[in-house]
Design a binder for this molecule. Structure first.
Ligand SMILES: [Zn+2]
Length: 103
């Protein structure tokens, strides 16, 4: 992610490219709204992957595992999508999805 630190321009295409690199960790990005350069704040939300994991656990839960594990996808960040927000103006920058296209 070193390339974002040395970037000088704020072109829209850079943000589009940056979204490919979104992950479930804070990213060093330029905010499209206030041009703040810094690490994004993360908020974990239930995504498609969360529900897929839930149904997989539900199927396994009926047969093998105790149903106790059913809550795991909704509580563990590993199963969730990560929304990136600007640390200074709180603008939404992008969402990292574990399944499907990140936006
Ligand atoms: Zn901002």
């Amino acid at each position: 992610m070193r390339r974002f630190q040395i970037s000088a321009s704020h072109t829209p295409s850079m943000l589009v490219n940056a979204k490919k690199y979104l992950s479930d960790r804070p990213q060093l990005l330029d905010c499209p709204r206030c041009k703040n350069h810094g690490e994004t704040e993360l908020r974990f939300v239930n995504g498609f992957f969360t529900y897929v994991s839930f149904f997989v656990l539900l199927i396994f839960g009926i047969t093998i595992l105790p149903l106790f594990f059913l809550w795991v996808p909704f509580c563990v960040e590993t199963f969730k999508d990560a929304e990136h927000y600007c640390p200074s103006c709180r603008a939404w920058i992008g969402t990292y999805r574990r399944l499907g296209k990140s936006t």
